[in-house]
Design a protein around this ligand. Structure first.
Ligand SMILES: [Ca+2]
Length: 159
């Protein structure tokens, strides 16, 4: 009497060559690009993607670039944020310098420091040129060249 049976394999499994067993499909070997920008790990019946730094897993299971510039908390303080594949760049305006973390632009512009102001008008310029921070953290009340900028009030954070 002939004994025969058919295996019906579930998702992630294929029929073995002897046709009597279901064996795991190695998705990573079949489709090496399956994860996109990540490392593929074969698992029984499925696979897992571990994304490279700067990439995240989408609901469809592919690694895609994180747009650091679209985050609610700024990735580039006082500068222009440019998203790149796997990272981002922070560009500072002329006279500003990027800090060591690469995420904050620091004002290095040296302008006149004023001891007082009346409304928007800067008065009593001091002799030395200095940065806004140096000016406002010492005796300055306002700072600037073409435009007079008021120093932040005491006990607030100077930018
Ligand atoms: Ca990015």
């Amino acid at each position: 009497m002939e004994t025969s049976f058919n295996c019906i394999c579930g998702q992630g499994y294929v029929l073995s060559s002897s046709r009597d067993a279901c064996v795991d499909t190695d998705e990573c070997a079949i489709k090496p690009e399956i994860c996109g920008k990540g490392v593929c790990m074969n698992t029984p019946g499925s696979h897992r993607c571990e994304c490279y730094p700067g990439f995240r897993l989408t609901p469809s299971g592919v690694c895609e670039d994180i747009d650091e510039c679209a985050r609610p908390e700024p990735s580039c303080v006082d500068g222009r944020c440019n998203n790149t594949l796997g990272s981002f760049l922070c560009h500072c305006d002329e006279g500003w310098a990027l800090d060591h973390s690469g995420t904050v632009c620091i004002d290095r512009r040296e302008e006149l420091c004023f001891s007082s102001h009346q409304g928007d008008e800067c008065l009593d310029p001091r002799l030395e040129m200095m940065t806004k921070k140096e000016c406002c953290c010492t005796a300055g009340a306002a700072w600037g060249a073409q435009q007079c900028e008021m120093c932040p009030l005491q006990h607030t954070k100077a930018s």
